[in-house]
Design a protein around this ligand. Structure first.
Ligand SMILES: [Zn+2]
Length: 92
């Protein structure tokens, strides 16, 4: 939920001048083949999971996806996106 909100904020910041027809958030897996969606995901990840905080946690020994997601208050899916790990639906 927080990632979805951050994603929409990112669209507003980055793409508010684009035609509304260019951006269609009708799937949870926003098509990463669409560069605007990938860009919005990257900014959303930066808003919610800034690298300096992720790195601080990992340097404290927090390295599991579950724990990182919990500590950053995001879904496992959102954390997987941040870490560049392919998302597996069976995690939910
Ligand atoms: Zn989007």
């Amino acid at each position: 939920m927080r990632f979805t909100i951050a994603h929409e904020i990112a669209h507003f910041i980055l793409h508010r001048d684009e035609s509304p027809d260019t951006i269609r958030d009708d799937q949870f897996y926003r098509a990463l083949s669409n560069p605007l969606e990938a860009e919005a995901n990257r900014l959303a990840a930066e808003i919610l999971m800034p690298w300096h905080l992720v790195n601080e946690l990992t340097s404290q020994g927090v390295t599991s996806l579950d724990e990182l997601a919990s500590r950053m208050q995001v879904s496992k899916q959102a954390m997987a996106i941040r870490l560049g790990i392919p998302y597996d639906q069976t995690w939910e």
